[in-house]
Design a protein around this ligand. Structure first.
Ligand code: 1PZ
Length: 208
């Protein structure tokens, strides 16, 4: 950890959890399975970001947390992500609304959305976060959301805090935030790819 890092900042906590997860996946021998509770722990830390966004994204927070809660419950029965997916495949419930495999797909899309937002954040100095967030959302999530949800999300973008306000709420400077965002980007990519591979190897497409 670097001296200039504000200790215990929410971004640091998230980044460290995803770096640990990425390391675990990289170090694990070929077929070693990912424990669902380990994965859920890292994902649960992300929810602090919602408190920086304001009321308009309360519904996104609720959506994310309820899907994650479903996965936490599933971890008690299935133990590993692999077992959970295999059960839905066997039951023919992969895409059934509310199924574990579907919830994992949504949480994974949330992680990818954050990655895309962070990438855009690091590549511009825009005072407003509207474009940063809108273009990320348009690419990563909008294709899979209903018209009503997309409309609500784009309307909510006008209420996002400014770049400076966000930094203040995260207890970061522009520099420290960008450093950590880049670390999240690097750590989340292998995690997302790992999950995608589990779907593809079970002949589950990624277009939903
Ligand atoms: C700093 C800039 C911040 C920008 C914030 C952008 C937030 C975009 C929020 C997108 C909310 C989508 C809410 C509703 C989604 C639902 O359609 C699906 C339904 O899934 P189904 O029940 O059909 O299986 N739900 C989800 O996809 C759950 C996860 C959505 C939330 C991910 C957000 C993560 C972003 C955090 C940003 C800090």
């Amino acid at each position: 950890m670097e001296q200039s890092d504000p200790a215990g900042s929410p971004l640091s906590t998230i980044v460290e959890a995803f770096e640990d997860l990425a390391k675990l996946l990289k170090g694990s021998k070929k077929q070693e399975a990912l424990r669902l509770d380990t994965f859920c722990h890292a994902c649960s830390l992300v929810s602090v970001l919602f408190s920086c966004l304001g009321l308009a994204f309360k519904f996104a927070e609720f959506e994310y947390i309820s899907k994650l809660h479903g996965l936490v419950e599933a971890s008690k029965t299935y133990g590993t992500v692999q077992n959970m997916l295999d059960r839905d495949v066997a039951n023919g419930t992969v895409k059934t609304p509310g199924s574990h495999t579907r919830n994992l797909r949504r949480v994974r899309q949330g992680l990818d959305l954050i990655r895309a937002i962070f990438e855009n954040f690091c590549s511009t100095d825009d005072y407003s976060l509207k474009d940063v967030a809108s273009t990320a959302y348009a690419k990563v999530c909008a294709p899979y959301h209903t018209w009503a949800v997309r409309t609500a999300v784009y309307a909510g973008m006008y209420t996002l805090p400014s770049r400076d306000q966000l930094l203040l709420r995260l207890n970061e400077t522009g520099k420290s935030a960008e450093k950590k965002m880049k670390r999240y980007i690097d750590a989340s990519i292998p995690v997302i790819q790992y999950i995608d591979k589990l779907y593809l190897s079970r002949k589950i497409s990624l277009d939903w």
